[in-house]
Ligand binder design. Structure first.
Ligand code: B16
Ligand code: MG
Length: 215
């Protein structure tokens, strides 16, 4: 029986990857190298500091920890200038509707995101009230594919993981859901998300009927 749905944020509810990309590209430019959209793919679902490590690897640069922290902070300041201007029309197709349907059906909802800016983003999109529980990068120590973020979500909802379904766009996120003992719906390409129990192109393709078939 499905009692809760847990959602990743970037790539499932909203596309923040494009803003992460502009901000990281600026940091790479300051450091003197190109950071392409293809490189950016490697940052999806990855924490801020781990993203910086990937960027520095691309540029072949090594820096001491305190300098890395300054760069990560600067990237975030730049990223926030975009995030603070986001509008509800940037919610990905079907996401709001599906969250509302779950509430009508009495199915609990949680956010499970690596982002430390998740609360700001949900507020800008006017979606905060549609989540019963929000677990983000401020409450987790271990990154996906570790199941921590989703287990904390289920725990806060007081629902057994076996009654939970996770919606994820990143391979590491799908692995985290499976490691948590949950079912997973992949959002995106079936080739990349082959470990998910079901893959759809977006939440606009999800229905309660499809959910119930996952039990
Ligand atoms: P922040 P998700 C992730 O969001 C992004 O996909 C990833 O690119 C980003 O580095 C990470 O959040 C941390 O974001 O710098 O805002 O803390 O997919 O886990 O919702
Ligand atoms: Mg994601």
């Amino acid at each position: 029986m499905i009692k809760a749905c847990l959602f990743d944020l970037d790539g499932v509810i909203v596309d923040t990857a494009k803003y992460h990309y502009i901000a990281w590209r600026e940091i790479a430019k300051e450091l003197g190298f190109d950071f392409t959209e293809q490189h950016n793919e490697r940052l999806k679902g990855v924490s801020r500091m781990a993203s910086l490590d990937i960027l520095l690897e691309v540029g072949g640069i090594q820096l001491p920890q305190h300098e890395k922290e300054i760069l990560a902070h600067r990237k975030n300041e730049h990223y926030l200038t975009f995030i603070l201007n986001m509008q509800p029309d940037e919610i990905l197709p079907g996401a709001k509707n599906f969250l509302e349907t779950l509430h009508q059906q009495g199915i609990a909802t949680a956010l499970g995101s690596a982002s430390k800016n998740a609360m700001t983003i949900l507020d800008r999109l006017q979606l905060t009230s549609l989540f019963d529980v929000i677990i983000d990068g401020n409450q987790t120590a271990k990154a996906k594919p570790d199941p921590e973020v989703f287990l904390k979500g289920a725990d806060a909802l007081n629902i057994n993981p076996k009654h939970c379904i996770v919606f994820e766009d990143a391979e590491a996120g799908v692995e985290a859901a499976l490691a948590a003992g949950m079912k997973c719906v992949g959002i995106g390409s079936p080739e990349i998300l082959s470990k998910a129990h079901l893959v759809v192109s977006g939440l606009d393709k999800m229905t309660i009927d499809l959910l119930s078939k996952l039990q």
